[in-house]
Design a protein around this ligand. Structure first.
Ligand SMILES: NC(=O)c1ccc[n+]([C@@H]2O[C@H](COP(=O)([O-])OP(=O)(O)OC[C@H]3O[C@@H](n4cnc5c(N)ncnc54)[C@H](OP(=O)(O)O)[C@@H]3O)[C@@H](O)[C@H]2O)c1
Length: 266
């Protein structure tokens, strides 16, 4: 079985990836505060010592500064995490390195986006992820862009858990009517990433996205309907934030389950 290192294994997507990858790979996991190796990848010496010990055949890189507000507050930290770290890993592993990136590298004016469309990020998060992609590809590595992710999570992370836990706690939740994405269940993302990771002859940048374009508001309504929940705690809201693109729907390079099936499973 190929030996696969998953970074960011304690994160929202990381939990689903670890659950899926356990069956298919000899798995080694890392993050700052957990996994087989607890390492800050921004510390080059620590990271190299961990990589020497882990001896991976392939690396799936999920670790990132992934919160938009935190990236705006600390652009240098975001650049270290989202640009320097993946560039170093890609220089070491080339085509055996797969960076997970985001639909937020686009500005939302020309959706739906294919993997070859030019990027035009609006936020520090998007800018640093786009720079990370560029450095990874220049070093011979590969990139898989993902859309808004959802799925069960015991810490309430991700689009569906956040909505369902707010409803369970009788807390109102505002959802944008004018922000469109192609949401994908983390399990589907993890399965597609496993397949992309091994196919080193694919194009350098691929899109793994859900089959339907929906607003966050419509996503919430459909989630409630599938789960038999009353949607009265959902409040429609209009996004005015210039840093948030309005429509970053992706054209997926891989088929996924229907949105209805994915919502039922969240
Ligand atoms: N969530 C989404 O909807 C979404 C959508 C598109 C793309 N993505 C991309 O998918 C990836 C995973 O996202 P996520 O939502 O799972 O993120 P997350 O929940 O914030 O998890 C981030 C992970 O990265 C680790 N990490 C961060 N900085 C690190 C460092 N310097 N050294 C070592 N580990 C570090 C964290 O470890 P600790 O917790 O131990 O610090 C954590 O395990 C990211 O690359 C993100 O850009 C996410």
């Amino acid at each position: 079985m190929p030996r696969v290192l998953v970074t960011g294994a304690t994160g929202f997507l990381g939990g689903h990836v670890v659950a899926e990858f356990r069956h298919a790979f000899t798995l080694v996991t890392t993050s700052r505060r957990g996994g087989d190796f607890a390492v800050d990848l921004g510390d080059r010496a620590e990271a190299n010592a961990m990589l020497d010990a882990a001896r991976p055949d392939f690396v799936l890189h999920l670790a990132a500064a992934s919160r938009m507000a935190a990236c705006e507050a600390d652009p240098d930290g975001a650049r270290r995490n989202n640009v320097d770290v993946p560039a170093q890993l890609a220089a070491r592993y080339g085509g055996r390195f797969l960076l997970v990136s985001t639909d937020l590298v686009f500005d939302g004016r020309c959706a739906p986006y294919g993997a070859r469309d030019p990027v035009a990020p609006l936020s520090v998060y998007g800018v640093t992820k786009a720079e990370g992609e560029e450095r990874v590809v220049a070093a011979g590595g590969r990139v898989a862009r993902l859309p808004l992710l959802f799925g069960p999570d015991d810490q309430g992370r991700g689009a569906s858990s956040m909505i369902l836990s707010a409803i369970a706690g009788q807390r109102p939740v505002s959802l944008f009517t004018n922000e469109y994405r192609t949401p994908l269940h983390c399990r589907d993302a993890a399965r597609a990433l496993a397949s992309v990771l091994l196919q080193t002859d694919l194009s350098r940048v691929v899109h793994l996205a859900g089959p339907e374009r929906v607003s966050r508001w419509e996503f919430g309504q459909r989630l409630c309907s599938v789960h038999g929940r009353q949607p009265h705690m959902l409040l429609p809201a209009e996004c005015q934030d210039p840093l948030r693109p309005r429509d970053v729907s992706l054209r997926s390079d891989f088929p996924q389950r229907s949105l209805a099936e994915m919502l039922a499973d969240s």
